[in-house]
Design a protein around this ligand. Structure first.
Ligand code: SF4
Length: 321
């Protein structure tokens, strides 16, 4: 893999809970806390965790939709939070997202040609003919016929709508695509085809992906690296095959246990995930997983575990290591 396209350091996002006439903060939702990772050019990073783990907030900060509380994001050698407006505009072209639900992410009143051409109109000065040609090219790339241009979103199936959303995301030749649960809202038959399309596009366009999914089978199939998040923190990070073959953090083991056909070296040790994610307003002290961990010890309630390197670029945060 080449150098990092995206480098995230100590990224933190806390949301205030306000009260009273002056809306003073009375508590903070610790949605993302001290998150570090990097994504190399051409790599797919899968981010997994239950809802409330912070992955959506993380993506919104990366896309500059919300401001971080602290931390740094370097994308394509530019600091996302201190760059000029012009640099930010360029970065936006290279950092695109495919949303989970193609039923609401496409404007139902627009024709497909206008939906796909929207980013072209915002960022590039193309002639009408150039624009039509580019839209047709993009439709071809995602396996849809040219006559789709004069149709509306409702004339397409869920899988086809997701192809349209992918075409729009690719319109400006991005370097990095965030795929936010890209197959969770479409039928089972279209899911595999969309994943294969994304794999093919990644290869042909040298794309880099951040894949958010609760489906670990999808993440395993697509990712080079995996980052497991729990209650706003990274608990395990490493090469996808290594994480699946030797999951180390009890939370990762419990997540993998939910996959019916999982085979790992330490299957007998894998515990079940019980209970729900605690509130991010008042997370447990020490290790945030301690209220649900079957291996929790006294130290886990008092001290936050540091990052342990377990080889092959694989790390986990747990006092057992
Ligand atoms: Fe469980 Fe303790 Fe490890 Fe946290 S640090 S995962 S509570 S054993």
């Amino acid at each position: 893999m080449s150098e990092a396209l995206l480098q995230v350091s100590a990224l933190t996002k806390h949301f205030p809970i306000t009260s009273g006439f002056f809306s003073r903060p009375v508590a903070w939702v610790k949605a993302v806390d001290q998150v570090n990772f990097k994504v190399s050019q051409g790599e797919t990073l899968g981010i997994v965790g239950e809802s409330g783990c912070g992955k959506t907030t993380l993506v919104n900060v990366l896309l500059n939709l919300i401001e971080p509380t602290a931390g740094q994001v370097i994308f394509d050698n530019i600091d996302l939070f201190s760059c000029s407006k012009e640099e930010l505009r360029t970065l936006r072209q290279h950092l695109q997202i495919v949303f989970q639900d193609p039923f609401w992410s496409l404007n139902p009143r627009w024709l497909i040609k206008d939906i796909i051409a929207e980013p072209l109109n915002v960022h590039l000065k193309l002639t009408p003919l150039e624009r039509v040609k580019r839209v047709e090219e993009l439709l071809d790339m995602v396996g849809l016929p040219n006559d789709a241009v004069f149709k509306s979103p409702h004339e397409f199936s869920g899988g086809q709508r997701q192809r349209i959303a992918i075409a729009r995301a690719l319109a400006l030749n991005p370097k990095l695509l965030v795929l936010d649960e890209p197959t969770s809202s479409i039928d089972i038959f279209s899911q595999a085809r969309i994943l294969e399309l994304l794999k093919d596009l990644k290869k042909s366009m040298n794309l880099t992906y951040i894949l958010i999914s609760h489906d670990l089978s999808v993440v395993h199939h697509m990712s080079d690296k995996i980052m497991v998040m729990y209650l706003g923190e990274v608990v395990e990070y490493g090469p996808a095959n290594d994480i699946f073959n030797r999951p180390t953090h009890p939370y990762t083991k419990a997540l993998l246990n939910a996959i019916p056909d999982i085979t790992t070296e330490s299957l007998e040790e894998i515990s079940e995930l019980k209970g729900s994610v605690p509130s991010a307003v008042n997370p447990p002290t020490g290790c945030r997983f301690n209220t649900r961990c079957t291996k929790a010890m006294d130290v886990c309630m008092e001290k936050k575990p540091g990052i342990s390197d377990i080889g092959y670029e694989h790390t986990a945060n747990c006092h057992l290591i």
